[in-house]
Design a protein around this ligand. Structure first.
Ligand code: RNT
Ligand code: ZN
Length: 419
């Protein structure tokens, strides 16, 4: 008997159907963030990364242009089982032959190559306005009291709505467009109200434009603080949740954007009770919103248990969001995304019915016992089977491919210090 067959029997004793779990996992697509490939640089500016987010490390081989980034994404995807989506930021617009458009002027044509890329791979695309790393983002953006700046970013978001619609139409699937602004203050502000009032007005102006609400799912991402914005964040949790609820748009929760003992895994059920859909940025905060590569750790598993307990998993739009420049960037993608999938599989292999009953019957000793025992079930064999069925290497052996790629491709990329 194969290891999978044996493992299947062991899980079956707890009434867990491993084949069903594998089938469900097969249908869950993760929106893979493009920005792990080049440390969130994009192609439209030589400005440093701003907005209170940071990459650290300078591992060699960073993608320098769209061709390299696409090549790297392909390499990463070849080691990730299943069918996924690609999450683009607007600063990944592709300009050629000396052409350039500022953020408020970008158009669908600047993303034509991404659409071709996605079509060839049967992938959906998601999108994000890029409201940082730009001369007009040195201060407040959508919450700015400088009308010209505020309008500039409103127009940028409207341009992004057009591009999101274009993605949805071309690829014939919904596009999630996520708005996140870095706006805030380093030190204690006097007026907390007005910037939030202006942010609200800006969002109203953006959403008042005509767009196809069936095709483009707009969401709003909150945050607790950023580097240099420690004392006040305009787009706080309360602001974003209330705004999203009042407008019927989707809230987005990034698990790096809360106080350290606050857990997104505990928030999901409340959100699902009051929202049709919920968007997630899965990341790993280490002491702060550090955007480390996702591990197969307790909180990732707990988040994924909540996702897989949902009656309709497609209500939850799962995206990854991390950027580590200190290790091989392709491996970072593969490790993080595979870990989300592992955690989802772990969630799908919970004996939920039994656990729910134990909870109802106040049998907390047994509830704890089973939750602990299941941790050492032959989970790895089920994961291997998933990889085998998807023709990707299930063990750490995949890293050999990364090393070959590092030697043959990444090590040949040279930089001058301006890159
Ligand atoms: C920043 C937010 C945001 C960004 C991306 C690049 O704290 O998490 O989602 O990471 O837009
Ligand atoms: Zn995020």
């Amino acid at each position: 008997m194969s290891r999978y067959e044996e493992a299947k029997k062991i899980y079956a004793k707890l009434d867990i159907d491993t084949d069903k779990a594998l089938k469900t996992l097969q249908d869950i697509s993760i929106s893979m963030h493009c920005w792990q490939g080049d440390d969130v640089r994009g192609f439209d500016t030589k400005e440093n990364l701003s907005g209170g987010i940071q990459t650290t490390g300078n591992y060699f081989g960073k993608a320098r242009n769209y061709k390299e980034l696409m090549q790297d994404i392909d390499k990463a995807l070849s080691m990730i089982p299943g069918k996924h989506r690609l999450n683009l930021h607007s600063n990944y617009a592709i300009f050629e032959n000396g052409e350039f458009a500022d953020r408020d002027k970008i158009e669908p044509k600047h993303f034509k190559k991404w659409v071709e890329f996605a079509k060839e791979r049967c992938m959906g695309l998601d999108f994000n306005p890029t409201i940082f790393s730009h001369p007009k983002a040195n201060n407040l953006t959508l919450s700015s009291h400088d009308e010209e700046i505020r309008k500039f970013w409103v127009n940028h978001c409207i341009a992004c709505l057009r591009i999101s619609e274009y993605f949805a139409n071309e690829l014939n699937c919904q596009c999630v467009m996520n708005i996140w602004i870095p706006d805030g203050y380093k030190d204690i502000p006097a007026d907390r109200y007005s910037p939030r009032d202006r942010f609200k007005k800006s969002l109203d102006e953006i959403l008042d434009t005509n767009y196809d609400k069936e095709k483009v799912l707009v969401c709003l991402e909150s945050k607790v603080f950023g580097i240099g914005f420690e004392s006040y964040t305009v787009g706080s949790a309360e602001f974003c949740l209330n705004y999203a609820a009042s407008k019927g748009i989707m809230p987005l929760m990034d698990n790096g954007h809360y106080h350290p003992t606050e857990m997104v895994s505990d928030k999901i059920s409340s959100m699902l009770l009051f929202n049709k859909n919920l968007a997630l940025h899965i990341t790993r905060p280490v002491r702060w919103d550090s955007d480390h590569v996702i591990l197969f750790d307790d909180e990732t598993r707990e988040i994924c248990k909540e996702i897989t307990r949902c009656n309709d998993i497609s209500r939850i739009k799962i995206a990854t969001d991390y950027f580590d420049a200190s290790i091989n960037r392709i491996a970072a993608w593969v490790i993080g995304i595979r870990n989300v999938q592992k955690a989802l599989l772990y969630g799908l292999l919970q004996p939920n019915k039994k656990l729910f009953d134990l909870q109802k019957e106040n049998k907390f000793t047994e509830l704890m016992l089973i939750q602990e025992e299941i941790k050492t079930y032959p989970f790895g064999d089920i994961w291997l089977e998933f990889c085998n069925r998807n023709n990707v290497i299930g063990t750490e052996e995949w890293f050999k491919e990364v090393l070959d790629y590092e030697n043959n491709v990444l090590s040949k990329r040279n930089y001058n210090f301006k890159d």
